[in-house]
Design a protein around this ligand. Structure first.
Ligand code: ZN
Length: 109
């Protein structure tokens, strides 16, 4: 989609700190992190909502999240990695992977 910021990141037209990329998905650091290492994971192809993604790509997205999470946990020394899908901020389906500490009891997005 021409005016979509995440499509532009996926295409390399807007710089981002990419942390993982495969044929169908790309992960990059959130520019407004809720915690160190806060990562966004998107399909390269534009779908407004996560529920619009075809099944095979939906599975690939979750497999990529599963691949990314333990690496992220290790890199920042987190207790676990929260996975959130909200979808209101940018109209390109995306997941938040947020490294968290068990001692942090704040309410999360
Ligand atoms: Zn897009």
């Amino acid at each position: 989609m021409a005016d979509c910021i995440f499509c532009k990141i996926a295409a390399g037209e807007i710089p981002a700190q990419k942390t993982l990329e495969n044929e169908e998905c790309v992960a990059f650091l959130d520019i407004h992190p809720k915690a160190p290492g806060h990562t966004l994971l998107i399909p390269k192809k534009h779908y407004p909502w996560i529920w619009d993604i075809p099944d095979a790509l939906f599975v690939k997205l979750f497999q990529t999240a599963k691949q990314l999470a333990p690496e992220l946990k290790k890199q920042v020394g987190a207790d676990y990695v929260q996975l959130s899908v909200i979808g209101k901020d940018v109209p390109h389906a995306h997941m938040h992977l947020i490294p968290r500490m068990l001692s942090n009891t704040s309410v999360l997005p």
